[in-house]
Design a protein around this ligand. Structure first.
Ligand code: FES
Ligand code: FES
Length: 181
């Protein structure tokens, strides 16, 4: 059985006819062609499918599409604006925080949700916010550094001298390897 669902995805109202059992992840990837959101474990364990639903991070592989009906979905394709990468995306590039890149869309969306509610998170708060995002490549340190760098960039844009903001939080990439534990 199929049904028509209507979602707002990255600011655009989208409609799709999908099997009624479809998840939000399947709808994004297979009905709307938005393959930036990754299908990893497909059972809630890896975080690769993280998107924002009304500003809150959700695992799209566990979210029935009807739960997103009429709501605002933000995927990694919607992070960049006006042809510019989002500061998180730029910082991930600068810090080498994406290696194979498979986890990266989900990590970016979890980080974006964190910075929306907490513009100046501590390292522990970043670690906690990314607790559901598994990365097999980076050891996480570069990811944490990139998020701290992006937070400083965003804070400097809002209210302060960029150099002061960056100097307070930016550490050179790759100084140490740190495990999640
Ligand atoms: S694909 Fe959704 S948590 Fe792994
Ligand atoms: S960069 Fe490869 S899994 Fe994270």
């Amino acid at each position: 059985m199929h049904a028509i669902v209507t979602l707002t995805v990255n600011g655009d109202r989208r409609q799709a006819g999908v099997p009624t059992h479809y998840t939000l992840l399947e709808t994004l990837r297979y009905a709307l062609g938005l393959t930036g959101t990754k299908q990893g474990c497909d059972k809630g364990d890896c975080g690769a499918c993280t998107v924002l639903l009304d500003g809150e991070p959700v695992l799209a592989c566990l979210t029935p599409v009807w739960e997103a009906e009429g709501r605002e979905v933000l995927t990694v394709e919607g992070l960049a604006a006006a042809g510019e990468p989002h500061p998180l995306q730029a910082a991930f590039g600068d810090h080498g925080a994406a290696q194979c890149g498979f986890c990266t869309p989900g990590v970016l969306m979890s980080a974006h949700a964190l910075l929306l509610r907490n513009p100046a998170p501590t390292r522990d708060e970043i670690r906690e916010a990314l607790g559901g995002n598994l990365c097999r490549c980076t050891g996480y340190t570069k990811i944490y550094e990139a998020i701290e760098h992006a937070a400083a960039i965003l804070a400097a844009r809002d209210d302060g001298p960029a150099d002061a903001g960056l100097a307070a939080t930016f550490e050179p990439a790759g100084a140490t390897q740190e495990d999640r534990s």
